[in-house]
Design a protein around this ligand. Structure first.
Ligand code: ZN
Length: 236
């Protein structure tokens, strides 16, 4: 683990030589509800929507990676947090099955139902990343009627304001990782590219759900990589 982190950080450092002042580190949804560990240290329980592989070791990796990146790149850390009202449209309720693409949103798009997760102000919505590593917090998914995967744009197509925040801070290069690869990380990466940011996606700091009807995990992973490559996201 330590070796892999060192490798990624030093590769990134050499790629971004002379442009460090343009870098922002963006950690997507590093929240207890998405871990296989849970928010209660004294009585560990699984988060309500655990991403496979987001275990204690993964959390340590993210913490270590963020600390090293912050030191080496001298870059600010933005953390996004899913921050849902209790009646959020994506939640399984009234007999709706989680993990199934079932409901049609106001835009006519079929959306997936999830177990209740990341409810604003609950322990599960808090970041597991140590506070001292976080410079900026960005909340998403606060509208009960609208799903929000990308940090830059919700599923109703509305921009969130994160791009303006980054630009105002003079940051045009995004170092990206977090949870989950095939939803919030992917959509954030694609929107960032569309908005003209240079994006470096760190696989070591990401884990995915990779569940879709009739497709194997490998197929979904392959498709995600292709989408990233087509959008010219740099992979490390
Ligand atoms: Zn959510």
């Amino acid at each position: 683990m330590a070796g892999e982190i060192e490798e990624v950080v030093s590769a990134l450092e050499s790629h971004l030589q002379g442009r460090k002042q343009e870098v922002a580190i963006l950690v997507v949804d590093p929240q207890w509800d998405f871990t296989e560990f849970g928010s209660d240290i004294l009585a560990p329980t699984v988060g309500t929507l655990p991403v496979p592989g987001a275990d204690l070791r993964y959390m340590q990796t993210v913490n270590e990676l963020t600390r090293k990146l912050k030191d080496c790149l001298n870059a600010p850390v933005w953390v996004t947090q899913d921050w849902h009202p209790i009646d959020h449209c994506s939640f399984s309720a009234e007999g709706r099955q989680p993990f199934v693409d079932t409901y049609i949103d106001a835009q006519g798009k079929t959306q997936r139902v999830w177990p209740v997760h990341a409810v604003a102000d609950t322990p599960g919505a808090m970041p597991f990343l140590p506070r001292e590593l976080i410079d900026h917090v960005f909340y998403k998914g606060v509208d009960p009627e609208v799903e929000a995967y990308s940090s830059f744009r919700d599923e109703a197509g509305r921009w969130t304001g994160l791009a303006d925040e980054l630009r105002q801070a003079g940051r045009s290069i995004i170092v990206l990782y977090g949870l989950a690869t095939d939803f919030c990380v992917l959509y954030t990466a694609l929107d960032a590219r569309e908005l003209g940011f240079e994006v470096w996606w760190l696989q070591v700091g990401s884990r995915g759900v990779f569940i879709r009807d009739s497709q194997s995990r490998e197929q979904v992973e392959h498709e995600i990589l292709e989408q990233m490559r087509t959008a010219e996201v740099h992979l490390l």
